[in-house]
Design a protein around this ligand. Structure first.
Ligand SMILES: Nc1ncnc2c1ncn2[C@@H]1O[C@H](COP(=O)(O)OP(=O)(O)OP(=O)(O)O)[C@@H](O)[C@H]1O
Length: 832
């Protein structure tokens, strides 16, 4: 606030006077009095300033000396007032500030309220707008309806007019109709009166009739009553009859109850008996199980004996249908676990279409390379013990010979055939024996093509060098010394060499098989072992032979070179058959020299070697006749005994083996006795149990197994023997062929486990297949069957039959040179 203003806010004093406390201006002459202290108290600041100015002016003008005290007091007062005013002003400002603050807050609140009010108002506004919109649309609709109603109203009005017109018309019509009806009514009334009188007459007539009818009803009631009484009588009679019937029914029930009790008793007795019977059967099952164990052991022993006797083993392998052949019909009807095989020609449902063969083993199409090798392994391993072993694959083109011997894919060990697996196994075994033996293994591989021997392990040149063959008595035991010998120490070496060999192998094309091998390939593994303890040397060699296809020449449609090839192949296969046969006959002369193949294999086909033949079959029905001739050949081979295999070491070993043979024979006879005991002792006709017979001829074991099976099925001894004897009529053959009608019987009798139910045939054949061993065995005694005709037939059986019966004939005629006399036939029971 301006200092020139007093506390009451009065106006400025005049320039020449002072303003007093009431706001009036003081004259300048009174100033000195006012400056006295008590009067200054109430002076305003403006007047004080004026006083100060006056004093100062006076002082300047008059130069008075008492001025300073008064001035000082005035100034002091002035300052105090100024201070008070300032503090008042400050307080006033503070208050004002607080007031403003509260006002501001209030206003802010109001602002907020107003803001929310504004938002609410806006929303409301929006709603109202919407409602307005709705009302507008509603209004429009109502207006539309109203328009429609107006139109309707006009239409109704028109209708009303029309109706009015109609009504007036109708009214006129009604008037007319009423008049006509009235006249009609009068007429009808007249008529009614006439009819009434008529009806009254009729009613009196009817009443008379009713009286008559009532009379009749009464009569009828009397008649019905008498009938009812009669029926009642009858009912009583029936009731008596029913009572009698129910009485007898009760009696029947009691009777049936007692029968039931009896049946229950009988059932109980039966159950007990069945339980006892079950226990007996259990005993029989146990016995049968033991019997089977004994059978298995016997079979093992038999195999060992057969091994020692030197029987040529025959394994039959059936190849599966190739891709794209799945729709083809198969000729294989049955594959038994014990080497039985039934082939049939499904396209010809004739009697002879079923044929049974029996070999050491039959591998089904699903058999793996490993399965095949596992059964071959023991034979291969004996090479390390100094034995000569020959394994060859025989069969028509495309039947799987190369698959079995070599395998389809060398790079995959699972596909390896017998060749690779054999060498692999030999390496493995020689390693495990290295502490007691030191082995050297060498490999030769030759091919016999058109009767020329060629080395397959030299680098291929355009012209093959034909090699000479030495006989096996050469000091080094090599049949083809000129063929390169390759020492091998690992499977990798073998793989490398055989790859070279396979590349070099001559492959020709025929109509039957594009890849058909038209040559025999012979892989020979030579093993030389030194016993580190005794320094004794043993030598063994293994011939692994993949023969060329055995099919007939006419079928392959070959001409020219191919015909010549086929003739050579057939000639060598015939020669192989002849050699095997001569060995079986113990002939003085064995015709090794008839073919290069037999010359090469000489050391492994002799009496001291172990021989295994894989018979390969194509299951395709088109190959049926080839299959049969292959199987016939194999069947003949399977019965051939070459004599005990001998190890190529000192004689001590042979003696040991002979001892082993007699020990095995003893063990076998014991087993036979045990088996007879299990089967229930002696036979009914007093003959010694067959086991005793068989113990004398242990090589009959397979047949014996069959006999046992027959007996289990309840066929009489005599009967079965007769049949078995009859079979030998077949001559040489190891008697395993049979006709079509036999198949079911064969299944039932030889393979009781076969699931196929036997089909009843009208003519049961008198022959049963006879496994080869029985016929071929030298020590076989004629079986006492009580049927003289069968034994006569056995005696009268042809003495010799060609071993090469199943072989193609073209080569024989074309070569013009047949095997040595005696080699073309075989005795039915090969005697030793
Ligand atoms: N067990 C099998 N499993 C699968 N395929 C097989 C079997 N056996 C043979 N094959 C196939 O059948 C075909 C013919 O087989 P392979 O060449 O071994 O017959 P082959 O008898 O050696 O014929 P060739 O007389 O011409 O030498 C081949 O494609 C082969 O892979």
């Amino acid at each position: 606030m301006d200092l020139h203003q007093d506390s009451n806010g009065s106006a400025d004093s005049q320039s020449d006077g002072l303003i007093n406390g009431n706001g009036t201006c003081l004259p300048a002459a009174k100033v000195p009095e006012l400056t006295k202290l008590n009067s200054l108290e109430n002076a305003s600041s403006r007047s004080l300033f004026k006083i100060v100015h006056k004093i100062l002016d006076d002082t300047i003008d008059n130069k008075k000396e008492d001025v300073p005290d008064r001035v000082a007091s005035v100034l002091k007062k002035l300052i105090q007032m100024t201070e008070q005013q300032i503090s008042k002003q400050a307080e006033y400002f503070k208050k004002q500030k607080n007031i403003y603050k509260t006002r501001e807050e209030k206003y802010q609140l109001k602002f907020k309220v107003l803001g929310s009010l504004v938002i609410g108002a806006a929303e409301e506004n929006e709603l109202i707008k919407n409602q307005l919109q709705l009302i507008k649309s509603e209004k429009k609709k109502i207006e539309d309806i109203k328009k429609l109603e107006d139109v309707e109203l006009i239409r109704l009005r028109q209708e009303k007019n029309e109706c009015n017109l109609e009504i007036s018309k109708l009214k006129q019509e009604i008037e007319i109709t009423r008049d006509t009806y009235e006249t009609r009514y009068v007429q009808l009334e007249k008529h009614g009166i006439e009819v009434e009188s008529e009806l009254k007459n009729k009613i009196t007539d009817l009443e008379n009739l009713l009286i008559g009818s009532r009379k009749k009803v009464k009569e009828l009631e009397k008649f019905t009553e008498s009938k009812f009484l009669r029926w009642k009588k009858k009912e009583r009679g029936y009731k008596n009859f029913m009572d009698f019937q129910s009485g007898s029914l009760k009696e029947l029930r009691i009777g049936s109850e007692s029968i039931k009790q009896e049946v229950l008793k009988t059932q109980q007795i039966y159950t007990e008996e069945i339980n006892q019977f079950g226990m007996k059967i259990q005993g029989l099952v146990d016995a049968a199980q033991n019997y089977h164990t004994v059978l298995t052991e016997n079979r093992k022993l038999y195999n060992e004996v057969q091994d020692l006797k030197g029987n040529i083993r025959v394994y039959c392998r059936i190849r599966p249908f190739l891709k794209g052949q799945s729709q083809k019909q198969t000729t294989i009807e049955y594959i038994g676990e014990n080497g039985e095989l039934i082939v049939t020609n499904p396209s010809k449902q004739i009697k002879e279409s079923h044929r049974l063969f029996k070999f050491n083993k039959v591998f089904s199409p699903s058999a793996t390379q490993e399965d095949v090798f596992v059964d071959t392994q023991p034979l291969i391993r004996s090479v390390l013990d100094g034995y000569n072993v020959c394994i060859f694959a025989y069969g028509q083109t495309g039947s799987g010979k190369t698959y079995t011997m070599t395998g389809p894919n060398v790079s995959s060990p699972e596909d390896w055939g017998v060749n690779y697996r054999a060498l692999n196994d030999l390496f493995h075994l020689s390693q495990t024996r290295r502490s007691s033996f030191e082995y050297e293994i060498g490999v030769q591989m030759v091919e016999i093509y058109n009767e020329q021997v060629r080395d397959l392990l030299t680098i291929l040149t355009l012209t093959f060098h034909t090699l000479g063959i030495w006989n096996s008595t050469q000091p080094n035991g090599l049949a083809v010394p000129d063929a390169s010998m390759h020492p091998v120490t690992s499977t990798a070496d073998v793989l490398e060499l055989m790859n070279l060999g396979l590349t070099n192998r001559a492959v020709g094309a025929t109509a039957l098989n594009e890849r058909s091998s038209r040559s025999h390939s012979v892989l020979t593994v030579h093993v030389r072992g030194v016993d580190l303890e005794t320094n004794g040397v043993l030598r063994g060699n293994l011939h692994l032979v993949d023969l060329a296809g055995s099919e007939r020449v006419d079928r392959s449609e070959a001409t020219g070179d191919r015909l010549r090839e086929a003739q050579h192949i057939n000639k060598s296969l015939s020669a192989l058959g002849d050699v095997i046969f001569a060995l079986a006959q113990k002939s003085q002369h064995v015709p090794y020299r008839n073919s290069k193949l037999t010359q090469v294999l000489q050391s492994s086909l002799g009496g001291q070697a172990k021989t295994l033949m894989f018979v390969q079959l194509n299951p395709d029905v088109e190959s049926f006749s080839e299959t049969i001739s292959t199987l016939k050949f194999a069947e003949r081979v399977s019965g051939v005994e070459l004599g005990a295999a001998r190890s190529n070491k000192d004689a001590r070993g042979v003696r040991e083996l002979m001892e082993q043979v007699s020990n095995l024979k003893d063990a076998l006879s014991k087993k036979d006795e045990e088996m007879v005991r299990l089967r229930g002792g002696k036979t009914t006709n007093g003959t010694p149990p067959r086991g005793e017979c068989l113990s004398e001829s242990s090589s009959h074991k397979d047949l014996n197994d069959d006999d046992d099976d027959i007996e289990i099925l309840g066929l009489g001894e005599d009967d079965s023997e007769e049949r078995l004897s009859d079979i030998s009529d077949g001559g040489l053959s190891m008697g395993t062929e049979t006709d079509g009608s036999l198949s079911s019987i064969v299944e039932l009798t030889l393979f009781p486990g076969a699931s196929k139910p036997p089909v009843e045939k009208p003519n049961v054949p008198a022959k049963l297949p006879r496994p080869p061993q029985k016929v071929a065995a030298s020590s076989r005694k004629p079986v006492q069957t009580g049927s003289s005709s069968s034994s006569q037939r056995l005696a009268a059986a042809p003495s010799r039959t060609s071993l090469t019966k199943g072989l193609p004939r073209v080569s024989l005629s074309s070569s013009g040179k047949k095997s040595t006399p005696g080699s073309s036939s075989v005795k039915p029971g090969v005697r030793r």
